[in-house]
Design a protein around this ligand. Structure first.
Ligand code: OGA
Ligand code: NI
Length: 353
């Protein structure tokens, strides 16, 4: 046995009517967890913006700049958006969903052969969250986590062998996403008045920017109003790209309220992560978000985190984003130190409750 972590999938299929206490959110959080389907039916209120990338590389300078301005507004205001006309084919996205879903349809014993071992630092593979504080709080999801780009840094030996086309499809998607990431980084650089290749270089470029895919598998939950699939967090990445199976659940904390993201066909959700927030000195936002679960449908999402190398780069506001009236909002830290700092703060917060 490589892991003793309980799988949420086995809990969910055991027929329990009430969830174990480890999955129940603290009292102060419960009041904000509504039913996702009730939430989604309300049409009023702010919505995650949709950005059409069709014109982002137009020959026409004015057309190009108009498109870029929309992206800039969304990045500054929400820090998250639905990307449409992003250039990745519907067919490829469907196949990514298909191969991931097929892997999760395997019996748990089959998936356990791919179990990660967080204790010994083997974070890639099939896993579930381990309780990391005194409260023992857990999340209603299992996942599969693996590095998908650059190709020479992949460990294909731990990738799902079933279905047989998993590697081919997922690799093709990663390659396409890497191209999209470059396009976005280039546009965001221009939005900040920087040279077009600047942000790409600042996050490590083609060689060092790591694309890590996390397939989030959220089983049906008998008491969805008491649990979370993913607890509230901001992504530490530079950018995150998310594909999902069209079941709602992602919520964004916008202007003091939790907003449920609508499902936009053929879109890819993109988050600005902490790394770009830091480099832009807070001009682009890394928004707080979380994932709800539900009784009726399994929800699956494919998040790809584009991350700078852990220790090689010191992240801090770029000099061009700092002025006398806009002092640096973030101290210099490596990516690893940034993660460490967040963890430390979270622990302190928990202790002071
Ligand atoms: C994440 C995340 C949300 C989702 O994996 O970081 O925020 O929609 N996932 O699954
Ligand atoms: Ni996230």
């Amino acid at each position: 046995m490589t892991s003793v972590a309980p799988r949420v999938e086995s809990l969910a299929s055991s027929g329990i009517q009430s969830i174990p206490k480890e999955y129940i959110r603290p009292q102060e959080e419960l009041t904000s967890i509504g039913n996702v389907f009730e939430e989604v039916q309300k049409e009023e209120g702010p919505q995650v913006p949709t950005i059409d990338l069709k014109e982002i590389e137009s020959e026409d300078k004015e057309v190009r700049e108009r498109c870029r301005l929309e992206l800039k507004k969304a990045a500054m205001d929400w820090g998250v958006m639905h990307l449409v006309n992003h250039g990745i084919s519907e067919e490829l996205m469907d196949r990514v969903r298909e191969v991931g879903q097929k892997f999760f349809q395997l019996p748990i014993e089959e998936k356990e052969k791919y179990a990660n071992d967080q204790g010994s630092g083997m974070i890639q593979g099939y896993g579930s969250k381990l309780a990391n504080n005194a409260s023992g709080q857990l999340e209603w999801e299992d996942y599969f986590f693996h590095l998908v780009y650059p190709e020479d840094k992949r460990d294909l030996s731990i990738w799902p062998k079933t279905p047989t086309d998993y590697t081919e499809i997922t690799s093709a998607y990663a390659r396409q996403l890497r191209g999209l990431a470059s396009k976005i980084l280039s546009a965001l650089s221009l939005c900040l008045g920087l040279e077009q290749g600047r942000l790409e270089k600042e996050v490590g470029g083609l060689e060092q920017l790591l694309l890590q895919m996390k397939i989030n598998y959220y089983p049906k939950c008998p008491q969805p109003e008491l649990a979370l699939g993913v607890e509230a967090h901001t992504d530490v990445s530079a950018l995150t790209f998310i594909l999902h199976n069209m079941v709602p659940g992602l919520q964004l904390f916008y202007q003091g309220k939790w907003v449920t993201a609508k499902c936009v066909p053929n879109s890819i959700i993109m988050h600005i992560g902490d790394t770009i927030e830091i480099l832009s000195n807070g001009k682009f936002k890394s928004i707080l978000h979380r994932g709800l679960v539900n009784k009726e449908k399994v929800r699956i999402s494919w998040a790809v985190f584009c991350e700078p190398p852990k220790d090689k780069i010191i992240l801090k506001p770029l000099p061009e984003t700092v002025s006398e009236t806009e002092p640096p909002l973030f101290p210099p830290r490596t990516f690893a130190q940034h993660i460490e700092h967040k963890l430390f703060r979270k622990t302190q917060d928990a202790l002071s409750k």
